[in-house]
Design a protein around this ligand. Structure first.
Ligand code: UDP
Ligand code: MG
Length: 343
C-alpha cells in the first residue's frame, strides 16, 4: 500500500504503549509493518513512550519521521501502562482503534479477527486469552483470582481473561475519553461505557523479547485500583465487619452484666474481657478508618485536577488531519468537539 496515501486518512489506529522495550522493537516494527500492509484500509501506529530510559524513544522517533504511518508520543516520565494507553487513545485518529502491548503477547494478526467483528457491528471487541503461555503459574493463578473477584463485585461486567488488547469504535472511544477520572483502570472503563461488546479468542504467546515491566507491586496496585474504582464492596465490607464486631461486643457485654447480676465471684478478674472488647472495637475502627481512607485518598486525587499526563513532544503528526496534539491534552475540549461533530 502506498505509504503517503495511508497517512492521509487512517481508518485504523494501533496504540502501543512502550516502556523500555528496545529488545522487542525490531521484531515489533516488522510485525506491525506486515499488519499495516495487510489491512483493507489505511492504518496508523501510535507509540506512546512511557518515559523509557533505554533507546526505545530514539528508535521509534526515527521510525515516525521516516514512515508516515508511524507516530510517537513521548511522555515526560513514566506515568504507567494505563495512562500511557489513555495518551495514545487521545492521539488516535482512526475510526477503529486497537490497543496492544509492545511485547507481541497481543499478536498483531489477531487484529484481522477483531476488524471482522467490528464490521459485524461491535463497538468494543475484546480479545480473550484462551491460554497464557510462558507465564508463571503464580501469575496465572493471581490473574484468575482477580478476574473472578472483580467480575463478582464490579458494577459493570468486566470480562474475564481480557487484558487491554481490544478494538474500539470511534463513538465508544469518545465515551471513554469523556470520562475524566484520574485512576484509569482502562479495561474496567471500557466495560463501563457499554456499547455493543464483542469477543475474539486467541492463544497468548510468551513475551517475544525483554522482560515484563509489571512487578508484583505494580500488579497488586493495578488490581487494587480496579477493585476500588469499580466496586464499593470494600466499603460495604467495612460496614458489615463493623456491625458484626459491634454486635459481638454487645452480646459479650450482656453476658458480663448477667454474670455481675448473679454475683459470679470470678468477675473481679475481668481484665481479659476488657482487653478483648477494647481490642476488637479498636480493630474494627482501624479497619473502617483504613477503608474510608482509601476512598478519601481517591477524592483527594480527583479534586487536584492535575493533567493526566504531560506530552514532552510528539512526532509524525504533521500530515495527520483531524488530530490536534495540543487539543488532545484538553480532554474536555475533545469530548466537546466530538459531541459537536455528531450533532
Ligand atoms: N508498559 C508501559 N508503562 C509501564 C509498564 C508497562 O507503557 O509503566 C507497557 C509495556 O511496554 C508493554 C505493556 O505496557 O507494552 C505491557 O507490559 P508488560 O508486557 O511488561 O506486562 P505483562 O504482559 O508482563 O503483564
Ligand atoms: Mg507482556
Amino acid at each position: 500500500m502506498d505509504k503517503n496515501r495511508a497517512a492521509a486518512a487512517p481508518t485504523y489506529s494501533l496504540v502501543v504503549p512502550i516502556y523500555n522495550e528496545e529488545a522487542v522493537i525490531p521484531i515489533l516494527l516488522r510485525r506491525l509493518d506486515a499488519l499495516l500492509d495487510s489491512l483493507d484500509a489505511p492504518g496508523e501506529a501510535i507509540f506512546v513512550d512511557d518515559g523509557s530510559t533505554d533507546t526505545s524513544a530514539i528508535v521509534l522517533e526515527a521510525k515516525a519521521r521516516s514512515d508516515k504511518r508511524y507516530r510517537l508520543v513521548k511522555l515526560s516520565r513514566n506515568f504507567g501502562h494505563q495512562v500511557a494507553i489513555t495518551a495514545g487513545l487521545d492521539h488516535a485518529g482512526g475510526r477503529a482503534v486497537v490497543v496492544m502491548d509492545a511485547d507481541l503477547q497481543d499478536p498483531p494478526e489477531v487484529v484481522h479477527a477483531m476488524i471482522a467483528r467490528w464490521k459485524e457491528g461491535c463497538d468494543v471487541v475484546c480479545a480473550e486469552r484462551a491460554s497464557r503461555r510462558g507465564e508463571s503459574g503464580f501469575k496465572r493463578m493471581t490473574a484468575g483470582l482477580f478476574y473472578r473477584l472483580i467480575g463478582a463485585l464490579s458494577e459493570a461486567p468486566v470480562p474475564r481473561n481480557v487484558g487491554d488488547f481490544r478494538l474500539i469504535d470511534r463513538k465508544a472511544l469518545d465515551g471513554f475519553l469523556a470520562m475524566p477520572e484520574r485512576d484509569r483502570f482502562v479495561r474496567g472503563m471500557f466495560a463501563w461505557i457499554g456499547f455493543r461488546q464483542g469477543t475474539v479468542t486467541f492463544d497468548r504467546p510468551p513475551r517475544a523479547a525483554g522482560r515484563s515491566k509489571y512487578s508484583l507491586r505494580r500488579m497488586i496496585a493495578l488490581a487494587a485500583n480496579g477493585l476500588v474504582s469499580f466496586s464499593d464492596a470494600p466499603l460495604r465490607l467495612a460496614l458489615w465487619a463493623g456491625v458484626a464486631v459491634s454486635l459481638l461486643a454487645l452480646v459479650y457485654g450482656l453476658v458480663v452484666i448477667g454474670r455481675w447480676t448473679f454475683g459470679d465471684p470470678s468477675l473481679a478478674r475481668g481484665w481479659s474481657s476488657t482487653i478483648i472488647v477494647i481490642a476488637s472495637l479498636g480493630g474494627a475502627n482501624m479497619l473502617m478508618t483504613g477503608l474510608v481512607g482509601l476512598y478519601v485518598g481517591r477524592i483527594h486525587a480527583e479534586v487536584k485536577r492535575r493533567p493526566l499526563y504531560i506530552v514532552e513532544r510528539a512526532a509524525g503528526f504533521e500530515d495527520a488531519p483531524g488530530v490536534n496534539a495540543d487539543a488532545a491534552a484538553d480532554r474536555a475540549g475533545r469530548a466537546r468537539r466530538a459531541r459537536l461533530k455528531r450533532e
